[in-house]
Design a protein around this ligand. Structure first.
Ligand code: PLP
Length: 450
């Protein structure tokens, strides 16, 4: 039995957490998560919690999968680690690269491995700049991204990202430009959604012309912005982004760290949303978070230049192609295929969640409820018929999140947006349970605000 107070005291004394205000943490103490199974986690007080965020958008096959443990153990006994530098390789990394290319489709030929989404986006920047330099256009260095995007927490990742709080703490790299996100409900709710999608994509063209097309290396975007509040773009957005990138010969990078590996009902989000990125970042769902692994799926256009003309690419990580991580990823993908999880999201659980959210949209606090596959979000509105938001000082998202915390539900607040991304194994009955909990927390939030 864990002594909660003792662990909390040690935690507060020695463990510096990511994205945490430690002063506020030492007042209350951290919640200690001790075990997990399926879509549920338990804390050290024995409370069962429905994890509607899949950890950090990653536990796609759910918790407690012995097959993944067995795959890791088997690989660790055989070859726990070896690197892929100096013309060496290992079987799990090779097989995983082959598998990912099969899932990505004919436009892709290679995979570069890392251990996280952030590292993979660092790789993207190195790769696209090296690509253009190899083609004799070294001045093409600028990468265009979007406000409120999340591309990781390394210097490159946070510079690519558009998170105000991260930029405010300084140290960003140069050569990154940002445009507005395609947030229809937040920016132009009265405009036709598809027309807004075209207009929002047009901001990319405007930025390209401002920077000079011959200076722009790439555009990067999450198919659906996740940490920025689950911003689902109009269906016209990505095809128009693709058209603009093609028009100016600019590389397109989709950051599939959240959307990849089934979250939207396809292996990669871009396959659903109508674009064909030159590079795709992945991490999280590739191993369902059981072990760190990330990477970049490289399209033929880039791979051909780098391989045939690029010489040595002076870039790589100790854990690139880590055999144990790759073995777990292979086992994870096998589970997803055997259980038909991706199709299930597309045809069964995704549409069911959409139906449940359409009902939830009737709640007086809920504005702009939207889902795509198994991501969903809505805005907590003060007066939704007149489109009036709460003042920031009210902290409505935090009030609602507090009720989730108290009622055994993990749901995330991003400003006044409440978002979810449950494990892909969630059943319809469990979706009912999750939405009933959300409803309860909304009622409690409403009561607090009266
Ligand atoms: N890209 C996206 C879209 C993400 O959501 C995240 C993490 O949430 C990252 C990159 C960074 O991944 P990591 O935390 O593994 O570095």
């Amino acid at each position: 039995m864990i002594n909660t107070k003792e662990i909390q005291a040690i935690d507060s004394a020695h463990y510096m957490h990511p994205f945490t205000d430690h002063k506020s943490l030492s007042d209350k103490g951290s919640r200690i998560i001790t075990k997990a199974d399926g879509i549920y986690i338990w804390d050290s007080t024995g409370e069962k919690i429905l994890d509607a965020m899949s950890g950090l958008w990653c536990v796609n096959v759910g918790y407690g999968r012995k097959e993944l443990v067995d795959a890791a153990a088997k690989q660790m006994l055989e070859l726990p680690y070896y690197n892929s530098f100096f013309q060496t390789t290992n079987v799990p990394a090779v097989k995983l690269a082959e598998k990912i290319i099969k899932l990505a489709g004919d436009d892709y030929s290679h995979v570069f491995f890392s251990s996280s989404g952030s590292e993979s986006n660092d790789t993207n920047v190195r790769m696209v700049r090296h690509y253009w330099a190899t083609l004799g256009q070294p001045e093409r260095t600028v990468i265009i991204s979007r406000n409120n995007a999340y591309h990781g927490s390394t210097l490159v990742g946070s510079s690519l990202g558009g998170m105000g709080g991260m930029h405010a703490q300084g140290g960003m790299i140069s050569g990154i430009e940002h445009i507005e996100q395609p947030y229809h409900y937040g920016m132009a709710p009265n405009q036709d959604r598809d027309a807004f999608g075209i207009e929002a994509a047009g901001w990319l063209e405007k930025k390209i012309l401002e920077v000079g097309a011959d200076k722009v290396a790439a555009f990067i975007g999450e198919p659906v912005q996740g940490a920025g509040g689950v911003i689902i773009p109009p269906k016209t957005y990505w095809p128009e982004i693709q058209r603009i990138c093609d028009k100016y010969g600019i590389l397109l990078i989709c950051d599939e760290v959240i959307c990849g590996f089934g979250r939207l009902g396809k292996w990669f989000g871009s396959q659903l949303l109508g674009c064909k990125p030159d590079l795709m970042t992945f991490a999280k769902g590739v191993t369902s978070g059981y072990i760190p692994l990330g990477g970049v799926v490289v399209g033929k256009r880039v791979a051909k230049v780098l391989i045939e003309q690029g010489g040595e690419f002076n870039h790589g990580y100790t854990y690139s192609g880590h055999p144990t991580a790759c073995a777990v990823a292979l086992a994870n993908i096998e589970i997803m295929e055997r259980e038909g999880l991706v199709d299930k999201v597309l045809n069964e659980t995704g549409p069911y969640l959409a139906q449940k959210y359409a009902e939830l949209a009737k709640h007086p606090l809920v504005g702009g409820a939207e889902t795509l596959g198994l991501v969903a979000g809505f805005v907590l509105m003060k007066d939704k018929s007149n489109h009036v938001h709460f003042d920031e000082e009210v902290g409505v998202g935090m009030i609602c999140r507090g009720h989730c915390f108290a009622n055994g539900l993990i749901m995330r607040a991003v400003g006044d947006r409440m978002i979810i991304a449950p494990p892909l194994v969630i059943t319809k009955v469990q979706i009912d349970e999750m939405v009933a909990l959300i409803q309860k927390c909304l009622d409690a939030t409403l009561a607090d605000l009266k």
